[in-house]
Design a binder for this molecule. Sequence first.
Ligand code: NAP
Length: 349
Amino acid sequence: MPQPRGVKPAGSGAGLTVAVTGPTGEIGKPFIDALERTRDVKKVIGMARRPFDPKSRGWRKVEYRQGDVLDRSTVDDLVEDADVVVHLAFIVLGASDATRDINVEGSRNVFEAAVAAGAKRLVYTSSVAAYGFHDENPRPLTEDVPTRGSEAHPYSAQKAELERVLDDAVSGAKLDTYVFRPCIVAGPEATMLVDAIPYVKINQALPAAARRLLDVMPILRPIIPDPGVPFQLVHHDDVASALKAAVLGKGEPGVYNLAGEGEMTMSDLADALGWYSIPVPDLAVDATAEVVSRIPFLPAEATWVNAARTPVLMSTERARKELGWKPKHAVRETLTQTVAGAREELEPA
Ligand SMILES: NC(=O)c1ccc[n+]([C@@H]2O[C@H](COP(=O)([O-])OP(=O)(O)OC[C@H]3O[C@@H](n4cnc5c(N)ncnc54)[C@H](OP(=O)(O)O)[C@@H]3O)[C@@H](O)[C@H]2O)c1
């Protein structure tokens, strides 16, 4: 492992070089857009596995490299000259035991490399899922609640484990660490919430004419089961503004929940899509989650049923107070924009 080169001198934030893993994801793209507009950021070096042309998005400060967070020497090269390291690379919907290497070991590589390179700041997006889906969770959740994760939900378990890995990696190091715990991120460019509904996956495989037929024949419209559990949404641009504040070293380093104003249920999502919803009792959700946990060959996405078992609603007081974070989009507006974005993806003009 390379030896620390000493922490780079803390400055006013002028002319920062920012290394970003996962710049091409649902959070990454709007976040880099925000950095492109920030005068204090001079250069962004981004890395993910697939080919990507920064010019295709009009990015001018970005140097893009193809690489895997599992490869420590590639990560060392990425963060070598960085003042700030932002770690977004992760397997989200498909998280399973098989993705533990990328999600936990890959992330450990990034954290250790940031310390070894002497970066000034490290910014990491954890998740509300790190708290775990426990009935006894306080409402709302504040940042001091322990992140226990939920064993039956690999994404949640890995997010919880990773916060401990991060604490170990940065312990004793002189770098300011910001950890964000966003709720579900949505918006026109972050449609995972809609894409994750099984019907959408089937719909995407249909020819356009068949899709249009489904839209005009209400009886064929899909039905979303609604366990009535409320959840929060945060707009990708509001996540981007929080990450940007951390990049610039605003407020105190530490842990911050992120969620937009308001809450919603799956029925609201069905309404926004023009679909139907049917209430399902808690018992049915519990039974499904129990069955899912016993079937080894189901796709990893099926474990997300656990996320619908109990409300995990967060307070965002701390981000508002410390970082001056003011989310611009409330849940209804974010939902409307997300559905519009998903429709564009499903039915390109
Ligand atoms: N979206 C949400 O609702 C949400 C909510 C809370 C927290 N978060 C957290 O926010 C972070 C970013 O999420 P996101 O929604 O932007 O995810 P995303 O859309 O799935 O994007 C993931 C990014 O990571 C890259 N990546 C994946 N595996 C990699 C690897 N082995 N090496 C290098 N790059 C890799 C992907 O590009 P390639 O596939 O080309 O490598 C992509 O750029 C994650 O930590 C996620 O857990 C997300």
